[in-house]
Write a protein that binds this ligand. Structure first.
Ligand code: ITT
Length: 193
């Protein structure tokens, strides 16, 4: 089975290809000949994920999914949440976003946070959603070189490493995206057999 992953984020593709490991063929936007930005106009993860998947599915008439992800920090009333990509401004890098979070949490003892991923799947013209959550703590400073985005400052509960100290396979086993993808695969397995 072929499925297009509507994302411009190469790290997400790497993680999802590793999680799916040959169970189905994941096509990137490059592979279907799309380049450009997909709009994300909403203020919920579910609506943004649906918008991204719909944008590609309607233009290319393909089965397709998209993921929208946010980091929700308890002491910041759930911010950056759906605004995680551009938390420090419209041109912000991951470095800038992390700096802003660390500054806002300076002296804060409540470091609780969670990552949430919502996957929107357009399959045979119907919509399906899958959510994955991982709880953890925001570290005092960056640790590790792997991963992307906020990974160097997020330590999942039950582990002594940040996500940026884990391999893709280790992160996938416990991460927000890994858990959402497991649900997606389970659903599609049921459709194939
Ligand atoms: P697409 O919309 O093209 O898929 P994006 O990078 O804009 O790519 P999101 O809006 O879902 O993706 O992600 C919001 C930001 O949250 C993203 O820019 C990353 O910095 C961060 N992020 C997403 N998933 C993450 C993960 O697994 N680990 C750490 N940070 C993550």
């Amino acid at each position: 089975m072929k499925l297009v992953f509507a994302t411009n984020n190469k790290n997400k593709i790497k993680e999802i290809q590793s999680a799916i490991l040959g169970k189905m063929e994941i096509l990137s936007l490059d592979e279907i000949g799309f380049s450009g930005e997909i709009p994300e106009d909403y203020d919920t993860l579910k609506e943004n994920a649906l918008q991204k998947a719909t944008y590609i599915a309607t233009r290319f008439k393909v089965n397709c999914f998209a993921d929208d992800t946010g980091l929700e920090i308890e002491a910041l009333d759930g911010r950056p949440g759906v605004y995680s990509a551009r938390y420090a401004g419209s041109q912000a890098s991951a470095e800038n976003n992390i700096d802003k979070v660390l500054m806002e949490l300076k002296g804060e003892s409540n470091r609780k946070a969670l990552f949430r991923t919502v996957i929107s799947l357009k399959f045979n013209n119907r919509d399906y959603f899958f959510e994955g959550i991982v709880k953890g703590q925001i570290l005092e400073s960056r640790t590790g070189e792997e991963g992307f985005g906020y990974d160097p400052i997020f330590q999942p509960d039950g582990f002594l490493q940040s996500f940026a100290e884990m391999s893709v396979a280790q992160k996938n086993k416990i991460s927000h995206r890994g858990l959402a993808v497991q649900k997606l695969v389970q659903f599609l397995d049921g459709k194939i057999t």
